[in-house]
Write a protein that binds this ligand. Structure first.
Ligand SMILES: Nc1nc2c(ncn2[C@@H]2O[C@H](COP(=O)(O)OP(=O)(O)OP(=O)(O)O)[C@@H](O)[C@H]2O)c(=O)[nH]1
Ligand SMILES: [Mg+2]
Length: 174
């Protein structure tokens, strides 16, 4: 049986832990503790470590999903998680004023570990077609390359499974 390790990256509160919980239910481990930084996010808990969950894929493969901590003080964890990943999903709120800058930073981090890392952007908050198109074209210009992108509600298992379906096709074609 082969194991595919992927990492979810994104800012505090975007929904990395929620996404893994939606996909794996109780068969996941989170590393959440009470949030002592309410200025960055109003949510009650935050990840200090790596979340972990397993999704069984067709064909007997297992997808091991690691959720990185969103707080910048844990950025050393990102490098460690990325070093064992074969693909990365970067989660972004495209409505954020800083969305392009944030996405660019995460993608640069990923490509600094591996220039060929399969990567997908997940727009994790509702966004209009116009705004997502604008975000996609601005990001493409800023990066000088296009990155696959889709929208999903991280709280919905079916939408997260659809996102993984698209993402795993990127893994097999690279
Ligand atoms: N209103 C709203 N809430 C959402 C949506 N998507 C996710 N959430 C909520 O946003 C929160 C995300 O929290 P987490 O999953 O802990 O975020 P995280 O990315 O793991 O955060 P850190 O571990 O602190 O970096 C949860 O309370 C979700 O229910 C959405 O589309 N709308
Ligand atoms: Mg988390």
């Amino acid at each position: 049986m082969s194991i595919l390790r992927i990492v979810l990256l994104g800012p505090m509160g975007i929904g990395k832990t929620t996404a893994i919980r939606s996909l794996c239910g109780d068969l996941m481990v989170d590393c959440d503790v009470p949030n002592m930084d309410p200025a960055s996010s109003a949510k009650t808990s935050t990840t200090v470590g790596a979340d972990f969950g397993v999704v069984e894929l067709d064909g007997g493969e297992q997808l091991h999903i690691y959720g990185s901590p969103g707080q910048d003080r844990f950025d050393f964890m990102r490098g460690w998680l990325l070093s064992m990943a074969i693909g990365v999903i970067v989660m972004i709120d495209a409505n954020d004023a800083d969305a392009i800058h944030t996405a660019k930073q995460y993608l640069r981090t990923v490509f600094s570990v591996s220039e060929t890392m399969p990567c997908m952007l997940l727009l994790a908050r509702p966004v209009s077609i116009e705004d997502s198109n604008r975000f996609a074209s601005e990001l493409t210009s800023a990066l000088g390359m296009a990155v696959p992108m889709m929208t999903a509600d991280v709280r919905e298992k079916s939408q997260m499974l659809d996102a993984l379906d698209v993402f795993s096709s990127l893994l097999t074609t690279t």
